[in-house]
Design a protein around this ligand. Structure first.
Ligand code: AMP
Ligand code: MG
Length: 540
């Protein structure tokens, strides 16, 4: 392969702003909050900020855009990605969308604090939309300020890059800048607002279109605009499907269903809880989008939600994400129905979600356990019992799967000779307080492990190869909630080193990385109930 060194300056970037060129625009170009009718977007300028400075940038995204690493270190870069300098070829705008929030139709939402700068033709020829998050008010800001704070921006910047390296579909993050200004936030909506450092992340994705972008037009009966958006989406985001028609709308919907199922399976694989799976936070490309009060499982708990706003209903809990994705797809189905008007066909499209999930989830679980492939007998029952076992006592999901890869299953070690405690030994690291394991717990674990070892032997794969395969799907390094909080604490004091270090470590989540083990530890006790570590709100 011929490796080309990215070399462009910002002014040399090539923009091809198809979204704003091809879709209906709002004639009003002010940022006055309002309902916007008959348009897919509103042109709006980013707010100027006082003293922007770079906290970190992603070398991979910089490269993908074709920018040189010198450019990423330049003052110009900071000025552009803080919104202070709009390049001539950009066409800044905020998109109009609606959404179902927590199960209820919420009407118009839109990019309230995201401004798309334009679509860059990247190194590979594909177009990538650049989007500033936190660059000031837009017509969709409603009563809010359009700004973002450092805490939530560190979380978004690090997590989107971490997800990419975990091979989980996601929007990317190019840069994280401080604005040099302060923003007032009531972090827990409890009447204690405080000033926090303002920040802006530049997000990058082939498309930021959400389910809600379609829903808004159907809800208003603006079917002509709905059709324009659908046609645009097929031509630009699903070009392999052919020219827009009823058939391609359906094929597109099926693909969204398939990609969404694959996305959820990936979240379940790595222990990610999105936290706010409203339909306005669902990407039609099946990307993880809008990192807000998301969280990573420390101890395995299907009922866990990081989002305090969701604490009572737990609608968006870890183990409920697949049902919610389906619920959201039903809303998308309703939204595109006027274009297709064939309920059985749309229902068949929805089944693609179920079928994909039902195939991909067991296959994913089999890969996590190191099996060559999924076999309903005996794997189905084994997975179910494992999910029960992982909840007997607090058990760290990430560490558990890495340790499981070290369980010996060689024929030279007959089960009969191995006592329960010896069998369990490799897993002890995964338990938060091993002392609370009772004799009965140990027996149940040992029973499961004996069956597991027997199952491994049926595959005739060497222990070394199995471990390599398991370690390639079970990450060692994930962005535990407390880690992002520590990086934020330091960054708030002006020390950006931990943001950089985590960015580097999370580039190789599946590798051992000697000397970096401190970033692969169980959640420390102090983080159990600390704000930002175990409890997060939508305030950001
Ligand atoms: P979320 O649930 O965080 O994805 O946000 C839901 C809606 O609220 C979206 O339309 C956002 O653009 C908007 N929003 C969230 N925070 C702000 C903010 N600080 N200023 C303006 N709009 C916001
Ligand atoms: Mg959102």
């Amino acid at each position: 392969m011929h490796l080309r060194l990215a070399s462009k300056t910002l002014d040399e970037l090539v923009f091809d702003n198809r979204f704003t060129r091809e879709l209906p625009a709002d004639p009003d170009e002010t940022n006055r909050p309002r309902q916007v009718f008959g348009a897919c977007f509103s042109r709006v300028q980013p707010a100027k900020v006082r003293a922007p400075s770079l906290v970190a940038h992603s070398a991979e995204v910089t490269q993908e855009l074709g920018l040189s690493s010198d450019t990423a270190q330049s003052e110009d870069f900071v000025q552009v990605f803080s919104g202070n300098r709009v390049l001539q070829a950009m066409d800044p705008h905020a998109t109009c969308y609606g959404g179902h929030q927590f199960g209820h139709w919420a009407g118009q939402l839109g990019d309230g604090r995201a401004i798309n700068l334009g679509d860059v033709v990247g190194e590979g020829g594909a177009r990538l939309t650049l989007q500033l998050k936190g660059a000031g008010p837009t017509p969709y800001s409603r009563s809010a300020d359009g700004l973002a704070v450092l805490r939530s921006s560190v979380r978004e910047f690090l997590c989107s890059e971490a997800m990419f390296h975990l091979r989980v579909p996601t929007t990317r993050a190019l840069s994280l800048v401080l604005t040099g200004e302060e923003v007032m936030r009531d972090m827990f909506y409890d009447g204690h607002p405080a000033l926090e450092p303002g920040a802006i992340v530049c997000r990058v994705a082939p498309s930021f279109t959400r389910f809600g972008n379609f829903e808004i037009f159907t809800s208003r009966g603006e079917i002509d605009v709905l059709r324009k958006l659908a046609d645009y989406t097929i031509r630009n985001d699903f070009p392999h499907l052919g020219e827009p028609s009823k058939e391609t709308y359906l094929a597109c919907f099926e693909e969204v269903c398939r990609k969404t199922a694959e996305l959820i399976v990936d979240w379940l694989r790595v222990g990610f809880v999105h936290g706010v799976m409203n339909t306005d936070n669902m990407s039609i490309l099946g990307l993880t989008i809008d990192y807000g009060p998301y969280g990573w499982l420390d101890d395995f708990d299907l009922d866990w939600t990081p989002n305090t706003t969701d604490a009572s209903g737990r609608r968006y809990r870890f183990g409920h994400q697949s049902s919610i994705a389906m619920w959201n797809l039903v809303q998308l189905a309703n939204a595109i129905h006027p274009l297709i008007e064939d309920i059985p066909a749309i229902q068949a499209g929805l089944e693609v979600y179920t079928k994909t999930f039902e195939k991909a989830w067991p296959a994913m679980m089999a890969s996590k356990l190191g099996f060559e492939s999924y076999r309903k007998e005996p794997d189905g029952e084994s997975f179910a019992e494992l999910q029960r076992l992982l909840r007997l006592v607090e058990t760290d999901m990430t560490i558990f799967y890495r340790r499981l890869a070290t369980v010996a299953a060689d024929a030279s070690e007959p089960d009969d000779d191995v006592g329960d405690d010896v069998l369990l030994e490799p897993l002890m690291d995964a338990f938060y307080t091993p002392d609370v394991l009772t004799a009965e717990h140990r027996q149940r674990w040992a029973l499961w492990l004996r069956a597991y070892r027997a199952r491994l032997r049926e595959d005739a794969v060497s222990g070394t190869v199995r471990r390599e395969r398991m370690d390639a799907v079970n990450p060692k390094y994930v962005l535990r909630n407390y880690m992002a909080q520590l990086a934020t604490d330091k960054a708030e004091e002006g020390d950006h080193s931990l943001v950089q270090e985590l960015l580097d470590v999370l580039r190789h989540p599946y590798a051992e990385q000697h000397g970096k083990e401190e970033h692969a530890q169980k959640r420390p006790d102090w983080a159990r109930d600390r704000a930002g570590c175990s409890m997060l709100s939508c305030s950001s």
